[in-house]
Design a protein around this ligand. Structure first.
Ligand code: FIX
Ligand code: ZN
Length: 464
């Protein structure tokens, strides 16, 4: 007898799914067979792997194990213009715009005057035709085009554009997610974004492969600018977040949760973030957001260390990072032991300390190598550090994709980077006399790819 996790068909296995015992040789149900999770329905392979076979098996298991992408900015096709896809969107990704402004004499002001397709042409010519696409972001576009059977060496984008325009939306989404080995993605859903909320109110349904996350940046970080918007919607709040504000924000959160059914709430925080502090942000967190997390049993994702708009001329590409104070994370975890915190930090310098605090507080789950950290050299370093300090108790990566097809390259790169790191770690275990088996590697990779996240989010209301 051994335990498997059951999923109800395509990825919506959670939160209804419950682990149960399957007898060896028992035939799995149809829904079990069609799910994306690599279930062990045969006896586990307990044969000890020799050192020289470990890397091959790790590679196979990584390639065969679908991931849950726990933080993206993607939307399903039913969300219209919010759902970005295609070569123009790929090329005008803000990572590439930042590289373009360094390489081109064109000013940002002149660039923003252009149509999106003209911006894409300018970036293609500058970063792909006149220069070699060696950076992580440029190489990613090459990998996507190649994976979709398109020529990454063209001088003009006309045929590439035509190919994307001819794809049927829903099938294209499934194809891309299958190529990327992604079971489902978690979106970023801002309840104070009027355009997006109109779609939810109209009853647009995201479907099984897109789950919601309630993003609280406008509420928590841009309070002054949104006091009026909250009041207009029938939530009376005060500029200093006093009086009825906390009650109103909690009613607002409750209504948003009812509408979006999010897996977690999330907020990005600056490198200057302190908690507790004498400011409106801290007050909103302590009096509204955290009590609501506790009562609704919903985790809070804290993405810490962003310095917004150090160069506003670059718009979305104008954000940077800074080293934050991990004591704020410790204070959150210690004061709120019954709340679960998913934590990602943007500065490389904060990673080790975050691992130390995750060892002290089980209600901290470190996740991802966020944004400027999502490069093979840094992902290798951080993942090794996390394995050494936390075993398999973390979520190695999220894609942060904004354009659908980016899933292909971001997840390919993640698997490629994780492979030697995991293989080396199992190699050390084998060298120390440990028994390394395929079943063990499969169990661990499922945990890292989806299990840790789903367990963390599922533990609604349970004490940490
Ligand atoms: O705050 C965030 O969720 C960031 O990931 C983004 O805003 C950022 O622009 C990004 O796309 C990073 O990958
Ligand atoms: Zn993001």
């Amino acid at each position: 007898m051994f335990t498997v996790k059951l999923f109800d068909g395509r990825g919506r296995g959670f939160p209804g799914a419950v682990p149960r015992k399957l007898a060896s040789g028992e035939t799995p149900s149809a829904s079990l067979r069609t799910c994306y999770s690599p279930l062990r329905v045969t006896a586990p392979d307990t044969n000890r792997l020799d050192g020289d076979r470990i890397a091959g098996v790790v590679g196979e298991v990584l390639d065969q194990t679908p991931v849950v992408d726990i933080h993206t900015h993607l939307f399903p096709p039913s969300f219209g213009a919010c759902a970005l896809s295609g070569v123009d969107a790929l090329l005008t990704y803000h990572y590439l715009e930042a590289e373009f402004f360094r390489a081109s004499p064109m000013t940002p002001e002149a660039y923003w005057q252009l149509q999106v397709s003209d911006r894409a042409d300018a970036i293609w010519k500058t970063l792909f035709v006149e220069r070699s696409p060696l950076s992580e972001a440029t190489r990613g576009v090459v990998a996507v085009l190649d994976a979709l059977g398109l020529d990454p060496g063209v001088r003009s984008l006309e045929e590439t554009r035509a190919w994307f325009a001819s794809q049927a939306h829903e099938e294209h989404v499934d194809r891309v997610m299958d190529l990327a080995g992604v079971r489902y993605v978690v979106m970023t859903n801002d309840p104070l974004d009027p355009d997006e909320m109109r779609l939810w109110t109209e009853g647009r349904v995201p479907g099984d492969r897109f789950r919601a996350a309630l993003r609280l940046d406008r509420v928590v970080n841009e309070w002054d600018a949104h006091v009026e918007a909250l009041r207009r919607r029938g939530f009376p709040v005060e500029p200093d977040a006093g009086g009825r504000s906390a009650t109103s924000v909690r009613r607002f959160l409750e209504a948003s949760i009812e509408k979006l059914d999010p897996l977690y709430m999330a907020v990005s925080l600056p490198d200057t973030f302190r908690y507790p502090a004498e400011d409106v942000r801290s007050r909103l967190l302590s009096e509204a957001v955290l009590p609501h997390c506790r009562e609704a049993g919903i985790p809070l994702a804290c993405m810490i260390g962003v310095r917004r708009q150090v160069n506003p001329r670059l718009r979305l590409a104008g954000d940077a990072s800074g080293r934050a104070d991990v004591k704020a994370v410790a204070a959150l975890a210690e004061r709120h032991p019954e709340i679960r915190f998913l934590v990602s930090m943007l500065s490389r310098e904060n990673q080790h300390e975050l691992c130390v605090y995750a060892r002290k507080f089980a209600n901290i789950l470190p996740f991802g190598c966020w944004w400027f950290l999502n490069n093979p050299s840094i992902v290798t370093e951080i993942t090794r550090e996390r394995l050494e300090m936390l075993g398999t108790g973390f979520v190695p990566q999220h894609s942060d994709a904004r354009i659908l097809e980016q899933l292909i390259y971001k997840w390919r790169n993640t698997r490629r980077t994780l492979r030697p790191v995991l293989a080396e770690t199992y190699g050390l275990l084998a060298a120390d006399g440990g028994r390394v088996t395929r079943s063990m590697i499969e169990r661990d990779v499922v945990r890292l790819s989806s299990g840790n996240f789903e367990d963390f989010v599922r533990s609604r209301g349970e004490a940490a």
